[in-house]
Unconditional design. Structure first.
Length: 191
């Protein structure tokens, strides 16, 4: 795996453990020669992960819509900055460039990004592994709800099982490297 898209908060959160784990992920990616593909922000966990990769001489590709550049949140110290028209184009570009996706703690935008990547994988629009860095149990409620969707018949168990989860960045990347996603036609058929 040569590149990973990381979706995370534009805020650092209240607990310093989120910043620590984000920094560790960025450093680990750089040490493994994995390019960071992210939302190009210089704030919150976004800025932390980019700076961590850069601190270890890693490569960082940022993708950001013009309206966020205009709000002065673009990180100009990264390896490559791609400016898009819309948020949707930003997500599309990130998944096109990356070979996998990792979701860190974040707000509603991060949840949107996670569920869109998960939906696209389910529909066969991409076959890239998705990992959740579940720092401090941050995503326990979301993971429980995904299991509830499976239990209630709104999601096939093999789709839920595809999401790799770990609280350790190195272990999460290792799990993702070993995963092969295959599209299943007619997954919506009951029975």
């Amino acid at each position: 795996m040569q590149s990973i898209a990381v979706f995370c908060g534009s805020s650092p959160g209240l607990n310093p453990i989120y910043t620590e784990a984000t920094k560790k992920l960025g450093e680990s990616m750089a040490e493994q020669g994995i390019t960071l593909v992210y939302g190009a922000g210089n704030v919150g966990l976004m800025g932390v992960v980019a700076d961590a990769v850069l601190s270890k001489n890693g490569k960082v590709i940022g993708t950001i819509p013009q309206f966020l550049v205009d709000k002065e949140v673009a990180h100009y110290g990264i390896s490559e900055l791609i400016v898009t028209e819309t948020m949707h184009e930003r997500k599309q570009k990130m998944v096109d460039v990356a070979e996998g996706v990792i979701v860190l703690p974040g707000g509603i935008g991060t949840l949107d990004e996670f569920f869109e990547m998960f939906t696209w994988q389910q529909l066969g629009l991409h076959d890239k592994p998705i990992g959740i860095l579940n720092v401090n149990g941050y995503y326990d409620h979301i993971l429980a709800h995904i299991n509830h969707m499976v239990k209630e018949g709104f999601l096939k168990d093999f789709h839920g099982d595809r999401i790799m989860v770990d609280e350790n960045p190195e272990q999460l990347i290792a799990k993702m490297k070993g995963q092969k996603i295959e599209y299943v036609d007619k997954w919506w058929v009951t029975g």
